[in-house]
Design a binder for this molecule. Sequence first.
Ligand SMILES: Nc1ncnc2c1ncn2[C@@H]1O[C@H](COP(=O)(O)OP(=O)(O)OP(=O)(O)O)[C@@H](O)[C@H]1O
Length: 258
Amino acid sequence: MSELNISHLTKNFGGLAAIQDLNLHFGDNELIGLIGPNGAGKTTLFNLITGVYEPSSGTIELTHDGKTTKLNGIAPFKIAQLGISRTFQNIRLFKDLSVLDNVLIAMTANAKESVLSSMLRLPSFYKKEDKMREEATKLLGLFELEDKKDNLAKNLPYGEQRRLEIVRALATKPSILFLDEPAAGMNPQETEELTQLIKRIQKEFGLTIVLIEHDMSLVMEVCERLYVLEYGALISSGTPEEIKQNKRVIQAYLGGEE
Ligand SMILES: Nc1ncnc2c1ncn2[C@@H]1O[C@H](COP(=O)(O)OP(=O)(O)OP(=O)(O)O)[C@@H](O)[C@H]1O
């Protein structure tokens, strides 16, 4: 059971307020979309939540199994260990490593193996490694990438590289997953497959998923709730149906007329 509360969050870059006094709530097992025009502050918000940037003011609090932790000022790797995982707008795989190794590295980042046992290659180390390989292969199987596990990541078609990024983010066993424009650069068929995949992930893994996406058909089909940002501030929130009819959103983002 995980939820994230963002309260009066502001991030300034020099004179520019990329995020302005933002209050948001991501509840347990919700699938939430974050939309807004280019430069609205969506990626900056992900970067604040995952510890890449420090807030200028305000708080980000994660509640997991009844324990609340303030994330401000915590290093990105520690935030990942607390159960927050993400993908990036631009694919960031280890392109010269195999598909399986990409997943294993993500798993290792959160594995609790002692340094001594790893250095001495104790039986417990090999046992753990075998178990991780088994888990990684199973995870790849769920995403129809098991047959490709020995291929170099760079040799996968674009859509599969994007899928592998999601597998890698899931390998850290997050409770909240942030996806930054997962359909960017995909063709319509790949986007449709991704749409189904995101729905499946939420069901099978019981995760909270927050999604930045410009592809409105994907957003409207998968998200239960949307937040709309403009110039770093929240201009609207609601169900996809409510957002579609909101005049301010139509003007600011969808480019329609009143
Ligand atoms: N490191 C930085 N230094 C200075 N300004 C930045 C930095 N990162 C983002 N910004 C600015 O903050 C604003 C918000 O950018 P951000 O990338 O978060 O928008 P976005 O909503 O994700 O846009 P897009 O949909 O184009 O990805 C922009 O004006 C951007 O130029």
